[in-house]
Design a protein around this ligand. Structure first.
Ligand code: AMP
Length: 440
């Protein structure tokens, strides 16, 4: 199977070749022909499967011959749950559409609305948006949908998790009924199927990498430890095992901040990424992490969702997620594109229920490997912080002078004021984000 056999035009083939792809991924092989035929699609596919190109390539193919978007009109709308995902999808649209005369734009909250309004004024062939900001701008009459041909919901399950259902329903009401609709979701829960009713029409159903098969190249193990010793154990593992590019998941934003400060205190470059960080701070943390300046990125589930970080070697579940399925999402961050990865969960005795739930879901029992000196029930034996205190006692020399500095990723100025992850948050421009218009 080649891209050429899928019926994509030369400018798209060139863009694909420039990306270095020679073979369509399974989701692409299935989704591209269905979308080109004009069918509605419901696809179960996670990040890392190539789903973005799976919908973007045939979308651009379909749009290339039609009438360009008129002022304030949109021909295709891609809805995403997070700003990061919106930015990434927007980048893909710009990349694959590079040799086509189609325009695209990305809009999301937490950054100034004016450049976004300007981009919409001219009309946009492909608009990638988060629901809250889209509704704001629709309310301001900056955009309308009379010319809409295609609607794509990306990571629909996460949109529901994040409470966007009302926003989505409001958006659906103002879209033309006659349109092509594509829905991508990691799972097809009952809730998703409910949402799909009345949204997609006689859809082609596609499923790739069943949820529990995502981890084939990932070594997963559990490290039993007392809760209060998790920070010290994590810092020990990172240093002793020389882990680089470690993505660490915490349950809460506060927990992410606290752990980041701890790691920094232990001489490990770390940054937190979560919903209380401005877009600017998140973008900075992510690029520092990708470039290797930041060794550890501490993230909450919502913030980490959709991050496109290829071949991540190391994922740590500092705390197990409440929802077992989030475990699969988390470890899906590693071992992508055929690379191997390692996912370790630091599990304390109060998390045994969550661990059992995860093992049930993945139909696999995870190996328990305690680390010498950190075995449960041994608190206080090693030279690290006492129970309940999460500051390491000793700093490395080269870090001592940083002791008074604010931790990375913490507010330093106006650009770092919290912006939030949730829909319908406060309005107004804060921080500097990406330029809204990417494709012109
Ligand atoms: P996605 O699931 O859309 O987030 O894509 C995951 C990663 O796979 C991205 O970094 C893409 O650049 C890459 N990718 C997408 N399609 C292909 C392909 N056909 N061959 C190789 N890599 C691909």
């Amino acid at each position: 199977m080649s891209f050429a056999s899928l019926g994509l035009c030369a400018p798209l083939m060139t863009a694909v070749a420039e990306q270095g792809y020679d073979t369509p991924s399974p989701i692409q092989a299935k989704a591209i022909p269905a979308v080109l035929e004009g069918r509605d699609v419901m696809a179960a596919a996670q990040t890392g499967t190539g789903k973005t190109a799976g919908f973007t390539l045939p979308l651009l193919e379909r749009l290339k011959d039609g009438e360009r978007a008129r002022p304030r009109q949109v021909r295709a709308l891609v809805l995403t749950p997070t700003r990061e995902l919106a930015a990434q999808v927007g980048e893909s649209v710009a990349t694959y559409g590079k040799h086509l005369p189609l325009s695209s734009a990305v809009i999301f909250g937490g950054v100034k609305a004016n450049p976004q309004i300007d981009a919409l004024r001219r009309g946009v062939d492909v608009l990638v948006a988060t629901p809250g900001r889209l509704l704001d701008l629709f309310g301001q009459k900056a955009v309308s949908f009379d010319q809409l041909e295609v609607l794509i919901l990306d990571e629909a399950d996460r949109m529901l998790d994040m409470g966007f259902i009302h926003d989505i329903r409001k958006i659906l009401k103002v879209l033309p009924a006659k349109r092509q609709t594509l829905m991508f979701s990691a799972t097809f829960s009952n809730e998703i199927r409910q949402l799909a009713k009345g949204l997609v029409n006689d859809p082609v159903e596609i499923s790739v990498t069943p949820r529990n098969a995502a981890a084939t190249t990932v070594t997963q193990w559990v490290c039993p430890v007392d809760k209060q010793r998790k920070p010290a154990l994590l810092s020990h593992l990172i240093q002793e095992r020389e882990w680089h590019q470690v993505l660490v998941f915490t349950r809460t934003k506060h927990g992410a901040n606290k752990l980041t400060r701890y790691l920094e205190g232990a001489g490990i470059e770390a940054a937190a990424i979560h919903g209380n960080k401005s877009q600017n701070a998140r973008t900075k943390a992510l690029s520092g992490f990708k470039s290797g300046e930041i060794r550890v990125l501490v993230a909450t589930d919502i913030a980490a969702r959709g991050l496109d970080i290829d071949q991540l070697p190391q994922v740590v579940n500092y705390e197990l997620p409440n929802v077992a399925e989030d475990y699969v999402h988390r470890i899906g961050r590693t071992g992508r594109a055929g690379a191997s990865g390692q996912a370790v969960s630091l599990v304390s005795s109060d998390e045994s229920k969550e661990l059992a739930g995860i093992e049930r879901l993945i139909k696999q029992s995870l190996t328990r490997t305690p680390i010498a000196g950190f075995e449960p029930g041994q608190a206080g034996s090693a030279a690290e912080a006492p129970a309940g205190e999460e500051r390491p006692r000793q700093r490395r020399n080269d870090d001592a002078r940083r002791g008074t500095r604010k931790p990375a990723g913490q507010p330093r100025g106006n650009a770092d004021k919290p912006a939030g992850d949730r829909p319908r948050r406060r309005r107004g421009g804060r921080g500097r984000g990406r330029s809204a218009n990417q494709g012109e």
